[in-house]
Design a protein around this ligand. Structure first.
Ligand code: SAM
Length: 285
């Protein structure tokens, strides 16, 4: 007998992984949560049937979300992570001793408990004593703060369901307000490839460009996300992601990474022409 997980990437494209067994299934107040075991990708987490992470390729997403801004901002002390209940983003952050406080705002406590039980590879970072978890809507949480954080990482689901509010103009404006004068926000910026994803990406990009003086986009190859071509947004009040990239300081830390390196940091901001065109189209409106 064969068991397969299948996600529709478009009406005409499906992506499937053969499953050894289902480790967890649950319906929370917000979404359906499943964790599977597979030969090819190890364990993987899906929410409402959408791939969130696999053990095999999560390092790409989490390293690119964390190390890019950390190699630019010279003194990150207070960090806010919005979403990210699997713990992978926090796991990369806790490798920096200079970070004093990491607030994680996750809407769904059941994601955290399922990941703690079945995905220790990512959830391990949540046990660090600098991490404070708040079970709240990121949209509501961030409204309360003014010049509080050096870095905000938006590690959200896609722009529908509980994640919808994390792609609004109001949310980005409040992130701007919650950041210190030289703060940086990085967000998962969706994919440029399939038309529906590209439209969501352009909508988010336009709102970020309208909210921050510096707004750049970088890319990574994430095999289990739609088309495998994924974007991140780098929005900042002061620092430019390449001009202020401090390779010497980052190298001195001696962090071992599997995807991120200092050449790739700059190269990731060099985008294909069709992606540049999609971005320029909304930047000039
Ligand atoms: N890397 C993933 C991806 O792009 O597919 C995201 C992973 S992480 C599991 C996303 C988390 O965001 C989920 O656990 C979800 O519960 C949480 N989330 C969704 N909407 C939220 C909101 N409004 N406030 C806080 N957390 C939210």
């Amino acid at each position: 007998m064969e068991l397969w997980f299948t996600e529709k990437h478009t009406e005409n494209v499906k992506f499937s992984i053969q499953v050894d067994k289902q480790l967890y299934t649950g319906q929370s107040e917000f979404q359906r949560i499943d964790i599977f075991e597979s030969k090819e990708f190890g364990r993987f987490l899906t929410l409402d049937g959408y791939m969130m992470l696999t053990e095999k390729d999560e390092f790409i997403y989490h390293e690119m979300m964390v190390h890019v801004p950390m190699a630019v901002h010279p003194y990150v002390k207070n960090v806010l992570v919005i979403g990210g209940g699997d713990g992978g983003t926090v796991r990369e952050l806790v490798r920096y001793p200079e970070i004093a406080q990491i607030d994680l705002v996750e809407i769904d406590a059941e994601v955290v408990s399922a990941c703690r039980a079945f995905l220790p590879q990512t959830a391990c970072g949540l046990e660090d004593k600098r991490v404070q978890i708040y079970y709240d809507d990121g949209l509501r949480f961030v409204r309360k703060y003014v010049e509080e954080y050096d870095l905000i990482l938006v590690d959200s689901t896609d722009p529908f369901g509980p994640g919808e509010g994390l792609f609004t103009k109001e949310f980005y404006g409040n992130c701007y307000k919650a950041l210190k004068k030289d703060g940086i926000m990085v967000n998962q910026h969706e994919s440029p490839f399939y038309p529906a994803d590209a439209t969501a990406m352009q909508r988010a990009h336009k709102r970020i460009v309208d909210s921050f003086p510096i707004s750049k986009v970088y890319q990574a190859h994430i095999p289990t996300y739609p088309s495998g071509h994924w974007l991140f947004g780098f929005a900042s009040k002061k620092y430019h992601p390449i001009d202020d990239h401090n390779t010497t300081a980052w190298k001195q830390r001696g962090l071992v990474t599997r995807y991120y390196n200092e050449q790739l940091h700059d190269g990731a901001f060099a985008l294909p022409n069709y992606v540049e065109e999609l971005l320029e189209r909304v930047e000039s409106v």
